[in-house]
Design a protein around this ligand. Structure first.
Ligand code: UDP
Length: 164
């Protein structure tokens, strides 16, 4: 594996196309509500503080990032979302939400520095309408829905078929 050293920006950048998870818990928005435009949210990468949701002003006050860098993070996250959403649609899968992390290399260039997998995305099977059956991501494990490995394998099989 060839890698580049980066200095990680201590933010989890979450993009949401449909409401699920903490968004539903914190706002009461119904599970599965379409979010158009998508939401781009920033969470502080800090286990001791429980990875809290941040505002732009809090990020500036904490000195974590600058306005131009936040704009760049938002723009890159939205571009990645457009590409991934379309790719997963071709796999018969809805990209509900996902998390990204970024870092800067020695030239100061902002780079995506993360995995993209069913551990960091919510993926719903378009062939299933049932709320429990459609889940293809780590929520299967977290909600004890069973068939975790089988669903991860289905995601992989469909991705492999979709790749050029
Ligand atoms: N996520 C992640 N790592 C984290 C927090 C969130 O990969 O430490 C992903 C999660 O899998 C989901 C999205 O970010 O795809 C939004 O997560 P959410 O805020 O809804 O929290 P959750 O309900 O998953 O705890």
């Amino acid at each position: 594996m060839r890698v580049k050293r980066v200095e990680i920006v201590p933010l989890e950048v979450v993009v949401r196309n449909f409401a699920a998870g903490s968004l539903c818990r914190q706002t009461g928005i119904a599970l599965g509500t379409k979010l158009d435009p998508c939401l781009v949210e920033f969470y502080y990468k800090n286990d001791d503080l429980g990875d809290p949701l941040l505002t732009r002003d809090r990020i500036f006050a904490m000195g974590i990032s600058s306005a131009p860098q936040l704009d760049q993070l938002t723009e890159q996250a939205m571009r990645i979302n457009t590409i991934l959403r379309e790719f997963f649609t071709g796999c018969g899968i809805t990209l509900v939400d996902f998390k990204l992390e970024f870092g800067t290399d020695h030239t100061g260039t902002l780079l995506l520095a993360d995995e993209i997998s069913p551990d960091t995305c919510r993926l719903w099977n378009n062939a299933e309408t049932d709320e429990r059956k459609r889940v293809m991501d780590k929520d299967r494990f977290r909600q004890d829905l069973g068939s975790v490995a089988e669903n991860y394998q289905t995601v992989l099989d469909r991705i492999m078929m979709q790749l050029p």
